[in-house]
Design a protein around this ligand. Structure first.
Ligand code: SAH
Ligand code: SF4
Ligand code: F3S
Length: 582
């Protein structure tokens, strides 16, 4: 009997010629019983390669696994189920994946209950899943980018049938809502706005691995962002392979500007978005970015090449001149905007002139940062069929030259930061030096500075004192205690106990019945004193009885009782806060 059940395999031809129209699916999540039993006391780990789309998928898969009862492992080696979430964008991304799969061989052989899954973009390529199942026979489940919501069903089937499974679809993909998710960061969140890509740049595999472009409904995006704001998230990044084409598929005038405006108005302190495609960047989008202070002045605007002839061969749909015009418009409309980019060198038959045009464009734009890549042929894409006349030595030489020009741009901007102060969202202790904090400016520049770790998640003012080109050293300008107090106030303002207390207090203070009772109590008190001091003992005792009755009526008044219990709750909460400091 075959070890592996190949339920569905990818087909790059089908991936290109997709015909269905996407549906929004809102299924209730049912955890199969086998999975529930298996998850008890077991841990999961997800190892993610690639871009933010994969990071967001990791959060969703984590959501499913936690819903089933698994607990997150601190280190992947402790996982009873491990999912390797792959990227296919370049060959070196794929090589890393094979190395990672190999790391779990010993564990799989020694623990028969261990489950190893592989998913993500690389699985959407033809023959990859078969190759993995052949060369790494300890892999148990392989699925693709379109069926991560079937994770628990696939796991249940694997456990019930004791079979290894491969299930990968090549279709344009549906939009799945009601997705569970365990966010990887407490203060910064990714929100998908589009899935897939329709651009078909000739070098790129993403449209084949992620399906045809489809936009999430506005209401679903806004609902998710609203929840994040309510939970205290400080930064939201709207995600899509090409965010600027958001809403085109609705054909009702909805655009990226529409959703950007709507999310900005929810009041999240920092709003970012990526990736922008120059071709779809409209004037209205620029206006919205310029108008809202909480939309960060940082735009990732991949250019790929500085030569119009090359851009044509890449199917990028804009010329060098059009790109530079857009850069000018952005810089004019959004003062201090940071521009970052992606550039590919060594695309088949790149001439020296074309490469020089890329260099001159990078010199002219002076990017704040750039990701540079050597072209890597991706099977199934149009460019992979081209015969290339450029040798590897030339490609590497060009790559090194480009890096130098990019560095010039980076230092041009960083050197101007010295002595100025910036608002920084604190990520927490710096990765390199735990005694320092690190965070990003509004324009996306990394800054390290000294400060207490409780500043994590706060936005603080930092003065830049040293320029290290790719990161800066700074000094905290704010008083950390005051930052903490502000945070505590914001936290208390949102606490239900505080809200309840304020509401009951308001009801008590504005009740005429209670006001009258209070007046009567005061008057009775005065009377008692007068009667007692003038020796009228009996009358005073009578008044005391009246006073006790009034007090009982006051204390048993439902509004007063509500306030009393709310103030006890509030007192407990404040004692907890006090305990935090002592
Ligand atoms: N949707 C995004 C991200 C695409 S992948 C965008 O359009 O920018 C991220 C980057 O990888 C691309 O911008 C491109 O510069 C690079 N890339 C994609 N395919 C590549 C390939 N075959 N070889 C080298 N770099 C590639
Ligand atoms: Fe790939 Fe081009 Fe789509 Fe970006 S826009 S994902 S580079 S096809
Ligand atoms: Fe890689 Fe897929 Fe992202 S190929 S770059 S993980 S969309």
């Amino acid at each position: 009997m075959a070890r592996v059940d190949y339920k569905c395999l990818p087909d790059m031809g089908k991936a290109r010629n997709r015909v269905f129209s996407p549906k929004t699916i809102r299924e209730e999540i049912v955890v199969p019983n086998e999975v529930k039993d298996f998850a008890k006391g077991r841990k999961y780990a997800i190892v993610t390669f690639g871009c933010q789309a994969n990071v967001r998928d990791e959060e969703i898969m984590g959501g499913y696994l936690e819903l089933a009862g698994f607990v997150k492992a601190i280190d992947p080696s402790e996982g009873d189920i491990v999912i390797i979430n792959t990227c296919a964008v370049r060959e070196n991304a794929e090589e890393k994946v094979y190395g990672e799969i190999g790391r779990y061989k010993a564990k799989s052989l020694s623990d028969k209950n261990f489950v190893l899954c592989v998913c993500g973009c690389m699985m959407q390529e033809e023959n990859v899943a078969k190759k993995i199942m052949g060369s790494y026979p300890y892999v148990n489940i392989i699925f693709g980018t379109h069926n991560i919501h079937k994770l628990l069903d696939l796991l249940g089937e694997h456990l019930a049938r004791k079979k290894d499974l491969v299930d990968i679809m090549s279709f344009q993909g549906d939009i799945i809502e009601n997705l569970p998710s365990t966010r990887l960061d407490e203060y910064k969140a990714y929100v998908n706005i589009t899935y897939g890509c329709d651009k078909f740049c000739t070098y790129c595999i993403v449209p084949y691995t992620r399906g045809r472009e489809r936009s999430r409904a506005r209401e679903d995006i806004v609902k998710e962002c609203k929840e994040l704001v309510g939970q205290g998230y400080q930064e939201i990044t709207l995600l899509g392979q090409n965010v600027n084409s958001y809403g085109k598929d609705f054909k009702d005038g909805t655009s990226f500007a529409t959703i950007l405006r709507e999310v900005a108005e929810l009041g999240v302190p920092r709003l970012r978005f990526m990736t922008s495609h120059p071709w779809d960047f409209s004037d209205e989008m620029i206006e919205v970015i310029a108008k809202y202070k909480n939309i960060m002045p940082a735009i990732h605007l991949p250019v790929q090449s500085g030569a119009t002839s090359m851009l044509k061969r890449m199917n990028r749909r804009y010329s060098r001149e059009e790109y530079l015009t857009l850069v000018k418009k952005l810089r004019d409309a959004i003062p201090g905007v940071a521009l970052t980019t992606d550039i590919i060198v060594g695309f088949p038959n790149e001439t020296e002139e074309e490469f020089q045009e890329t260099l001159s464009l990078a010199r002219e734009v002076k990017y704040n940062a750039a990701f540079t890549f050597i072209y890597s042929p991706r099977k199934g894409t149009p460019a992979a069929k081209l015969v290339d006349n450029v040798d590897d030595v030339t490609k590497h030489r060009r790559f090194d030259e480009l890096l130098k020009v990019i560095e010039e741009g980076v230092t041009y901007h960083s050197s101007k930061m010295i002595g100025k102060d910036y608002s920084v969202l604190v990520d927490g202790p710096s990765k390199k030096d735990k005694s320092m904090l690190s965070g990003y400016t509004e324009t996306g520049k990394l800054i390290h500075f000294q400060g207490p770790s409780y500043l994590k998640g706060s936005i603080v003012r930092v003065k830049v004192v040293e320029d290290h080109a790719f990161s800066m050293k700074g000094e905290l300008l704010d008083d950390p205690i005051l930052v903490l107090a502000k945070k505590a106030k914001a936290y208390l303002d949102k606490e239900e106990v505080v809200i309840r207390y304020k509401e009951y207090k308001n009801q008590v203070d504005s009740s005429s019945e209670i006001k009258a009772l209070r007046n009567e109590i005061e008057e009775s008190q005065r009377k008692m004193v007068t009667l007692a001091s003038s020796g009228q003992g009996d009358e005073a005792a009578k008044e005391k009885r009246r006073y006790d009755e009034l007090m009982a009526a006051y204390q048993n008044n439902p509004l007063v009782l509500n306030l009393k219990s709310a103030s006890e709750e509030l007192e407990n909460l404040l004692l907890e806060v006090e305990g935090y400091f002592s």
